[in-house]
Ligand binder design. Structure first.
Ligand code: AMP
Length: 227
């Protein structure tokens, strides 16, 4: 990657859409629409800035290992990434800003006819299906609830309906998906929003390019970037 180019990793959908106004505030316009273009590298009005489209769960990996200088990803993705990627060669990520976008919550949900409170009270061993194994493990350990965790990669709502699990840990926004599948939210684990992440070495080597973007993002979201 050229030292003159800044690469920003984004995922398609809500993160991309909600990051666009922040980029605009920094004077950066993305020149192609990811919904109609098949390109994975999108040019911007700034010849020295480009956007790469990656899966949401890959954003921290791209930024940490130098495929991108900075990126935007959900707190959920970051926590799971950090739980898995703590080994040798782990350089970490600088997280200067909570962007306050793509807001939702991470919650525990069960079938409407499952008595979660009694199961927990009686010390039952719960089967919990989730994409967020690290968060779920910590949460239930903190409550002293014994769980068998089942890792899934999508459609978690299906797990309690098919008997695969008693409960799920998933993101909830409006609650409509849970409702449509006769599931109810029984615990709220944490609030989630998207964060800006920066590769520490990029911040050092490309500070003159990155700092104005951090400042513009911070101003746009009404906060200050951490030094
Ligand atoms: P909702 O029906 O609005 O509660 O949305 C729930 C569905 O959207 C679930 O499948 C979630 O995994 C997904 N979801 C909700 N909010 C987000 C978010 N901020 N980022 C990624 N997925 C989300």
């Amino acid at each position: 990657m050229s030292a003159d180019t800044l690469t920003l990793a984004l995922s398609k959908g809500r993160i991309f859409d909600e990051t666009l106004p922040l980029l605009r505030a920094a004077g950066i316009e993305v020149l192609e629409d990811p919904e109609t273009s098949r390109k994975l590298i999108l040019p911007t009005n700034r010849p020295d800035v480009r956007v790469v489209l990656v899966r949401a769960t890959d954003v921290p990996t791209y930024v940490e290992y130098g495929g991108a200088d900075l990126g935007v990803c959900g707190k959920d993705t970051l926590i799971e990434h950090q739980a898995v990627a703590g080994g040798p060669g782990h350089v970490g990520l600088y997280q200067p800003l909570d962007l306050g976008i793509a807001r939702c919550r991470m919650s525990v949900a069960v079938r409407a006819d499952f008595d979660y409170a009694s199961a927990v009270r009686q010390g039952a061993r719960l089967r919990v299906a989730t994409k967020y194994v690290a968060v779920a493990r910590d949460f239930f350990a903190g409550k002293g609830v014994h769980v068998d965790l089942i890792k899934l990669y999508g459609s978690m709502e299906l797990a309690p309906l098919t008997g695969l699990a008693d409960a799920i840990v998933d993101l909830v926004s409006t609650g409509n998906t849970l409702k449509a599948n006769q599931l109810v939210e029984v615990e709220r684990i944490m609030d989630i929003s998207a964060r800006l992440v920066v590769r520490p070495v990029a911040l050092k080597l490309k500070r003159v390019r990155i700092q104005p973007i951090l400042d513009a993002f911070a101003q746009a979201v009404g906060t200050r970037a951490q030094p």
